[in-house]
Design a protein around this ligand. Structure first.
Ligand code: AMP
Length: 483
């Protein structure tokens, strides 16, 4: 199952009287992370003895009410927004995953995708463990509870990390304490900050901004951070020689106002536009974005090329998911409801249309046709990512290889299929320049078909740290806010 998610955790000082502040703040944080998942959401708050939670299918403002949140009393909590595709759309998969066991209460919010979830689940099922969901987060939960019966939390988390292969940014609650965990490659983002005298851990820094907090830093790959309301303690459990941050977070997924692994996403996208302009210049009258995801790169392209920036398309801000309407005419009405062309800005112009990515190619075709119908004399497509040729197994819902247009068509063929006068994809080197980093420090599996971890039937780009190396690594306490 492929998932795209947002995670959140918040802990306030213990001396603060129990209130619903944590619940309301988590609600706002999840609202800020809504772009990471629109299918379901959940919040769990712990009152010192028991967990209280709300979970539901749908968007953040639809699932919670002032009354229901008001009943979630406690100084520590975790939250989640989730989006999944293949068959996983059901309440059982809604997170945070909460387990009550002999030693207390665990709640887990997970962003990422485990490559070895099935093998781990088979093993646990053979031991008699019963699963209620098909989410790999439940696998992590069972493994963790098994460890917690015998070990302390950090040791337990470390033992679980040894078993997991894939991507995981986790926010975990165990008996009133909050833990942030990032896999040794640091695939998915995770950062923390000071919020309201305590600490908050989130998928993206925009959640910290929303709560009027202060970003402290990203959670390092392979790091476990323990948060009490009064301080935090870091344990560097083990990490790979090179990180493998997900490149698609920067291309499309994250909000441009987030800072991820020290980089402002907006700046990266503007750089992407500039690189695109250098690599694929074209004589044109205007540069226009495909809203909203192409806006920042289009600004970069216009600035670098000196071509006028003018919007050709407007997106309906209030559109949620539209259901599939019967009949071609109604379907086309639904497309126009989502996006409309500004005819006067387009008529008779040579247009450079900048989008963040082409996945299946259907969106580009529709949009280019729309711009042509408004009278553009030429439409040049510029794409802020290299061709996506391979699926993602590590947390982005990218489509299967057969659906990825660039996996079986040449650039010229894609150009004619989307009906563009010319098509230019950013190169991998150009993307790395925009990111100001080395490709060895990013996961670019979707662009190359070579992944940082072993995936059955796929190529592994580099030797992964062996589990024994990982096991022998010293658990070094590297920093602590209160020692
Ligand atoms: P298409 O080529 O028709 O599959 O659509 C590509 C467009 O969908 C891009 O312009 C992106 O803005 C958006 N997109 C790219 N990746 C994803 C994703 N993983 N989930 C949802 N939308 C995406």
């Amino acid at each position: 199952m492929k998932e795209e998610c947002g995670v959140a955790g918040l802990i306030l000082p213990e001396d603060r009287s129990l209130s619903n502040t944590v619940a309301f703040k988590l609600y706002y944080a999840l609202y800020a992370l809504q772009h990471r998942g629109q299918e379901s959401t959940g919040i769990m708050v712990y009152d010192g003895t028991a967990p209280h939670s709300i979970k539901g299918m749908g968007l953040v403002p639809d699932v919670y009410s002032k009354e229901s949140l008001g009943r979630l009393i406690g100084n520590v909590g975790v939250g989640h927004v989730r989006y999944s595709t293949s068959g996983g759309s059901k309440i059982e998969n809604c997170q945070p995953f909460i387990l009550n066991f002999k030693g207390g209460t665990v709640a887990i919010s997970h962003n990422g995708n485990l490559v070895n979830a099935k093998a781990l689940k088979d093993e646990l099922e053979c031991e008699g463990r019963i699963f209620i969901s098909d989410s790999d987060t439940e696998v992590i939960g069972h493994l963790l509870v098994k460890e917690l019966i015998r070990h302390k939390p950090v040791e337990s988390i470390r033992n679980v990390m040894r078993k997991l292969v894939g991507s995981y940014s986790l926010v975990i609650h165990i008996n009133g304490i909050l833990y942030a965990v990032r896999d040794p490659f640091g695939f998915k983002p995770l950062c923390f900050g000071e919020v309201d005298g305590g600490y908050g851990v989130f998928s993206e820094s925009v959640a910290i901004d929303t709560l009027n907090g202060t970003l402290i830093r990203d959670v390092h790959p392979g790091e476990v951070i323990v948060f009490t309301g009064d301080g935090f303690e870091s344990h560097q459990i083990g990490c790979e020689p090179h990180p493998a941050h997900c490149v698609f977070e920067f291309i499309y997924f994250a909000r441009p106002d987030s800072v991820i692994d020290g980089k402002l996403v907006y700046k990266v996208r503007e750089n992407i536009g500039r690189e695109l302009a250098r690599e694929h210049p074209v004589d044109a009258d205007i540069v226009s974005p495909v809203p909203d995801s192409g806006i920042t790169s289009a600004i970069g392209y216009a600035r670098e090329s000196g071509t006028k920036y003018l919007e050709c398309l407007m997106k309906n801000r209030y559109i949620g998911r539209t259901f599939i309407l019967p009949g071609q005419e109604l379907r086309e009405t639904a497309v126009r409801l989502k996006m409309n062309a500004i005819h006067d800005n387009i008529k008779g112009k040579r247009v450079v249309l900048v989008d963040d990515s082409i996945v299946r190619g259907t969106t580009s075709r529709r949009i280019i046709d729309m711009v042509r119908r408004s009278g553009a004399s030429e439409v040049h497509a510029r794409v802020g990512s290299p061709a996506i040729i391979a699926p993602c197994y590590l947390g982005i819902d990218m489509a299967t290889r057969q659906e990825l247009i660039a996996s079986y068509k040449t650039i010229k063929e894609v150009e004619s299929l989307i009906n563009a006068d010319s098509l230019g994809y950013l190169s991998i080197d150009g993307l790395m320049r925009a990111l100001e980093c080395d490709k060895n420090d990013m996961c670019i599996g979707c662009l190359t078909g070579e992944y940082p971890v072993e995936i059955p039937g796929e190529n592994c780009r580099r030797k992964q740290m062996r589990l024994d190396d990982f096991n022998n690594m010293e658990d070094s306490r590297i920093a602590s806010s209160n020692s």
